[in-house]
Design a protein around this ligand. Structure first.
Ligand code: 5RP
Length: 231
């Protein structure tokens, strides 16, 4: 069965990104459908080229994929400075700032990205935007204890917080860390760094989906080719 163009674009971007992985590396394994292609390709390279690689999964999803593709896993506690992390994104602006977290793995993704020597983002071209936040809420991971007060504070900041509901389970989405996700829209975000700082200052917010100044390289899959942006 042939992939539709978007799946093909994601896969092409992911394959390009795995070229940054060398023998002996510790690699942050991102989450989402695009990162999954990179994990699959990494497994293939390990098998074919007999590479010594350790993966640090950013979610239960990427851990299970690493097991499936026979990528030995380790933890950030054992390897606190991964050589490279490959991850997807939900929106990427011209300065390579991003919104992440539609897959709900934003907290561990940001921790692993912050720790990594290099961050490679993989997206299809529909994720590119001039300004972050246009038609894209920011996912925010919050302690269940702090849900109502955080929603109240986010409303006071002129956004429209919505608790993310699970699809095949009653009640809210529970993250891999046992927390809730709030999706909240601010409209066009002109100052992502400042907004991230404001949100991070609210007690109870564990992490935000605003990734500012973290991506070093973005591979953007299109219908025929892959474009590379570098910061
Ligand atoms: C998960 C993420 C994902 O990287 C993001 O949602 C992109 O996913 P996909 O590649 O499936 O579009 O941030 O928390």
């Amino acid at each position: 069965m042939s992939l539709d163009w978007r799946e093909n674009a994601k896969k092409m971007a992911a394959v390009h990104a795995t070229k940054h992985i060398a023998d002996g590396y510790t690699v942050g394994l991102g989450s989402g459908t695009t990162a999954a292609y990179a994990i699959q390709e990494l497994g293939k390279r390990i098998r074919e080229k007999k590479l010594q690689i350790h993966g640090i999964p950013t979610s239960n999803q990427s851990f299970l994929l690493a097991v499936e593709y026979k990528i030995p896993t380790t933890s950030l506690n054992e390897h606190p400075r991964p050589d490279v992390t490959i991850d997807g994104a939900d929106q990427v602006d011209e300065e390579l700032n991003m919104i992440k977290g539609i897959g709900g793995a934003l907290a561990r993704e940001k921790i692993v990205a912050f720790a990594s020597k290099m961050n490679v983002t993989v997206v299809d071209e529909t994720k590119m935007t001039k300004n972050l936040g246009v038609n894209q809420p920011i996912p925010i991971e919050v302690l269940p204890f702090a849900l109502s007060t955080t929603i109240k504070t986010l409303r006071e900041l002129d956004s429209n917080p919505v608790l993310r509901e699970a699809k095949r389970k009653l009640g809210p989405v529970i993250t891999d860390n046992g927390n809730f996700i709030i999706d909240t829209s601010f409209g066009q975000i002109d100052k992502p760094k400042e907004l991230n700082q404001t949100l991070k200052a609210i007690p109870g917010i564990v992490e935000t989906g605003l990734f500012v100044g973290m991506a070093n390289i973005v591979y953007i899959g299109g219908r025929e080719t892959v474009k590379k942006l570098e910061r």
